[in-house]
Design a protein around this ligand. Structure first.
Ligand code: AHR
Length: 507
């Protein structure tokens, strides 16, 4: 028997996992809605124009809550444009993505689609070009159980009973100069506080998310959170974090340290929120809604941006942000999920940005197939296998030197425990070293009063780290069983090749 270099022990419990961490995000952007989830002429489309093949994949992905309708889009959106008879709905310019919004899909259609995929709605209000009145109009339309002009309109549009949306975002990325209606922290904090108070007067049960920074690299990061929370601390439940990662200048090793960046980001925001709590002599704890996270090749190595259509004018559903994800991206992505679970005590909601065609785990071709990108696999497996409680997994492994983070461990892992067994999620971030793990599971097995055996295992690794799934080759990358995983005398042993992610279920 080897000496264990890791342990899964229920005494290292972090917190109960809020299923909302397995959330997604759908924005009116590019081919996400139109020619993505909604393509009336497609052979797989239902009577409402929703593609059944996409619905099936979204169900398989296992997304809990879906944030809608943006993103940058929401900061110029008039939600009333998207309700009522379709023939009366206005076409509008979408300034965020330089596109034309047809409004064929709006609140009612999206809520119906969510019923089909089995996810809950999380709404964002426009605090860019609009304000408190429009936010409470929308809340009244969506959640009020009373006889009013708005609820009559809702009923006339086919929905007599309230939608009952529980989670609401107070705008989107209001710290970003690119945002319509961008404000400084003081102005946004006051507006968010006024709006939150009004929303709570209408519906005291809503959970509210105030905008944090659009990234930890923003010049105002830190001071933004502090000022915004000084204004809104008593009014909100969550503060948002957004973060996107990408390989730069072909430096895969540095890219593989992205989880460290996400972890530090979360810890910093928690510290600021708790510092504001201390100044207010409050025991209240503001939670984190990490409501945009992913790999996104926003900037190429020359610093360019792919966020405006190539077509001239204001196209409908242009191809935008259609990143192709490699095996390497999926390993980093899996590590980001591990990181979110490691912060389950404060990250109570998260939204993978985004879902279909736009920086997405699911791709579609108009009139053609839908397929899984590499990032689909770690998300679907983590969502399906994660149990009720997250548990830290201390690991002793090799390490590498990161330019930004100093010494970074090759292996990062988290486990979850539920009534039936244990799940382990683990990543090898090294570009060169295989990592052999020998994990002491005696304590967790004892907590079940029986031996634990490997029920299933999944490895994501490709010798060609840039292998991807494409229209031509949609199943090039997938997962396979770990070749040499086993339990023996209170130990779980497995071996992880360089740049790999794995999930193991013990029961
Ligand atoms: O997810 C794409 C965009 O990224 C969102 O619209 C915006 O909120 C963020 O900058």
């Amino acid at each position: 028997m080897t000496t264990p270099n890791a342990v899964i022990d229920p005494r290292f419990e972090i917190a109960r996992i809020d299923r909302r961490v397995f959330g997604g995000f759908v924005e009116h952007l590019g081919r996400h809605i139109y020619d993505g989830i909604h393509e009336p002429g497609h052979p797989a489309a239902d009577a409402d124009g929703f593609r059944a093949d996409v619905i099936e994949l979204v169900r398989e992905l296992g997304v809990s809550t879906i944030r809608y309708p943006g993103g940058n889009f929401v900061s110029g959106y008039r939600w009333e444009d998207g309700v009522g008879p379709r023939e009366d709905r206005p076409r509008r310019l979408d300034l965020a993505w330089h596109s034309t919004e047809t409004n064929e899909v709006g609140l009612h259609e999206f809520a119906r689609w969510l019923e089909l995929v089995g996810s809950d709605l999380m709404l964002a209000v426009n605090l860019g070009t609009r304000g408190t009145q429009e936010a409470i109009d929308l809340l009244e339309y969506v959640n009020a159980d009373a006889d009013t002009a708005w609820t009559r309109r809702r009923a006339a549009n086919g929905r007599p009973s309230p939608f009952g949306v529980g989670m609401w975002c107070l705008g989107n990325e209001m710290d970003g100069p690119w945002q319509l209606g961008h404000r400084n922290a003081d102005d946004y904090g006051k507006l968010a506080s006024r709006t939150a108070k009004a929303m709570r007067m209408l519906d005291p049960d809503v959970e509210l998310v105030v905008c944090g920074s659009s990234g930890s690299g923003m010049p105002t990061f830190g001071s933004w959170e502090r000022t915004v929370l000084e204004h809104t601390f008593d009014d909100v439940d969550f503060i948002s974090c957004h973060s996107y990662y990408q390989e730069r200048f072909g430096n895969a090793q540095e890219f593989l340290a992205s989880g460290v960046d996400m972890s530090r980001f979360i810890s910093s925001v928690v510290s600021i929120a708790d510092a504001v709590a201390a100044t207010k002599k409050s025991d209240k704890r503001i939670m984190i809604s990490f409501d945009e996270w992913n790999v996104w090749y926003l900037h190429n190595d020359e610093g360019g941006q792919d966020d405006k259509p190539l077509e001239a004018g204001w196209p409908v559903a242009p191809r935008l942000l259609e990143d192709r994800y490699h095996a390497l991206d999926a390993v980093v992505f899996g590590d980001l999920l591990i990181t979110l679970l490691q912060h389950s005590d404060r990250v109570r909601s998260a939204s993978l940005a985004q879902l279909v065609n736009v920086i997405a785990p699911i791709m579609t071709e108009p009139g053609g197939p839908a397929w899984r990108q590499t990032t689909f696999f770690p998300f679907a497996l983590t969502s399906r296998l994660a149990g009720e409680r997250a548990v830290s997994v201390p690991v002793s492994s090799g390490s590498f030197d990161s330019e930004r983070f100093g010494t970074v461990a090759n292996v990062n892992a988290v486990a979850t425990i539920d009534g039936e067994g244990v799940s382990l999620f683990v990543v090898n971030r090294s570009t060169t070293d295989t990592e052999a793990l020998s994990i002491d599971i005696a304590a967790v097995a004892a907590s079940f009063g029986r031996d634990l055996r490997v029920a299933e295992s999944h490895l994501l690794h490709e010798d060609d780290r840039y292998a991807a799934n494409t229209l031509a080759e949609p199943e090039r990358v997938g997962v396979r069983a770990l070749p040499d995983v086993r339990t023996h005398e209170g130990e779980l042993s497995l071996s992880l090749p360089p740049i790999s992610w794995a999930a193991v279920r013990l029961s």
